[in-house]
Design a protein around this ligand. Structure first.
Ligand code: AMP
Length: 192
């Protein structure tokens, strides 16, 4: 089993690259953002609770997200590996993920961090806000809050995995296909 975390700030291209990577490597895509948006669409109690946090650009509480990931694992017992996109976003989530993977007798193989300039991130998010229909994309203040939350709560996750010698960095600026090739080159070093 090979498990990959695609890591980086909102707008760095995790979603776009995840779609291409899961197709190439046959991994199961686990995007907590997508799962939460589905819960909101289905008007579940979890979705209603999550929406108030998402609309402000804040993180949904750890226990809600971890519970969701746990049940996603239960629904995908045959997976040959997972690509985590937008998860873990706190050190508590990272530790919980390690425990869940340990129960499955596996672990995180690699964390790939996409580096993109902050101004480019805001530019991409403003552009995405025009078409994505996402309530948290439409407002520039919410976007700036998401970047601040990333620095405060999510960057420590990179430190956590750096200590475990699992992090590789990838230049996330430029052409989508070129970025995909940079990511693939790092994954190939691990899986071949
Ligand atoms: P994303 O699509 O990954 O950018 O996520 C959109 C929003 O969903 C985030 O701004 C958070 O409010 C919430 N969210 C997604 N994943 C997580 C997570 N792992 N932990 C907490 N909140 C999350």
């Amino acid at each position: 089993m090979f498990n990959l975390i695609l890591f980086g700030p909102p707008g760095c291209g995790k979603g776009t690259q995840s779609d291409k990577l899961v197709a190439k490597y046959g991994l199961v895509h686990l995007s907590t953002g997508n799962l939460l948006r589905q819960e909101i669409k289905d008007k579940t109690p979890l979705g209603l609770e999550a929406k108030s946090f998402i609309d402000k650009g804040q993180l949904v509480p750890d226990e809600v997200v971890i519970g969701m990931v746990d049940s996603y694992f239960d629904q995908h017992k045959e997976a040959k590996g997972f690509l985590f996109d937008g998860f873990p976003r706190t050190v508590a989530q990272a530790k919980a993920l390690d425990k869940l993977l340990e129960l499955k007798k596996t672990e995180i193989g690699k964390v790939l961090m996409l580096n993109v300039d902050e101004e480019e991130l805001i530019k991409r998010l403003v552009l995405r806000g025009k078409t994505s229909g996402r309530s948290d994309d439409a407002d520039e203040n919410v976007q700036r809050n998401r970047q601040a939350v990333y620095k405060k709560e999510t960057l420590p996750v990179a430190e956590y995995y750096t200590k475990l010698k699992k992090v590789g960095t990838v230049d996330g600026m430029g052409d989508i296909q070129e970025i995909f090739e940079r990511l693939s080159a790092q994954i190939d070093k691990k899986v071949k």
